[in-house]
Design a protein around this ligand. Structure first.
Ligand code: ADP
Ligand code: 5GP
Length: 204
């Protein structure tokens, strides 16, 4: 678990986080998605246990009381959280990518003292509105999400990397670049180079 990395992706609703994450998971090996719990209703096409674990508000509150979340927050009036079990399970075998809001990202930073924090920016307010609209959000949900977006953008300076999702393929490449560069860091590569160094010592 200590050798694997946590990539925390945040940014306003509708900016394209799920789209980006889906593509990166398809492209890169050794990467698992952290499936969150939520009290919000399932959207058409979403799959239980793959997109989210869909639970009731009561069940969510029980999990809070039992201290089963690494982080949780109320986002747009619904509960969302990352369970300790999910991270323990996924991070034991691979790097893990989390798609969570800025409050959750802050909690991970404070509690776990690890993680690579990546903030996704929309190209503009107008474009964010268009994307939310295209996703079929109701007028009320759209307004709520645009209002939250204004607040969420203020947190960008707490993040390690900023990606502007204008062209999707460029943003995917940039996100993959961050992940691959992290994997090549001195800290991550030390265990991999030991046998190489050893092979040189064996020559003498
Ligand atoms: P989030 O997970 O951040 O809430 P989604 O991944 O659901 O956002 O994306 C919201 C909408 O925007 C979707 O309809 C998606 O297809 C679209 N979208 C994502 N990235 C881009 C992009 N670079 N250009 C245009 N549309 C995009
Ligand atoms: P959506 O309802 O559009 O899937 O997600 C709404 C928001 O909740 C997004 O900003 C998403 O990143 C965030 N979110 C999803 N899962 C979690 C989680 O486990 N914890 C927190 N704090 N936010 C989450």
């Amino acid at each position: 678990m200590r050798d694997t990395s946590l990539f925390i992706i945040s940014g306003p609703s509708g900016v394209g986080k799920s789209t980006l994450v889906r593509q990166v998971l398809a492209d890169l090996r050794g990467l698992e998605f952290s499936v969150s719990h939520t009290s919000r209703a399932k959207r058409p096409g979403e799959v239980e246990g793959k997109d989210y674990y869909f639970i009731s508000r009561d069940e969510f509150e029980t999990m809070i009381r039992e201290d089963r979340f690494i982080e949780w927050a109320v986002v747009h009036g619904q509960y969302y959280g990352t369970s300790k079990r999910e991270i323990e399970k996924k991070a034991a075998q691979a790097d893990v990518i989390l798609d969570i809001d800025v409050q959750g990202a802050q909690q991970i930073k404070d509690k776990m003292k690890r993680g690579i924090f990546i903030f996704i920016f929309p190209p503009s307010f107008e474009e964010l509105k268009k994307r939310l609209y295209k996703r079929g959000e109701s007028e009320a949900a759209l307004q709520k999400r645009l209002e939250s977006a204004r607040k969420e953008l203020r947190f960008y300076s707490q993040f390690d990397y900023l990606i502007i999702n204008d062209q999707l393929d460029k943003a995917v490449t940039e996100l993959e670049a961050v992940i691959l560069a992290t994997r090549c860091s001195l800290e991550k590569q030390t265990k991999n180079i030991l046998p190489i160094l050893q092979s040189f010592l064996d020559e003498f």
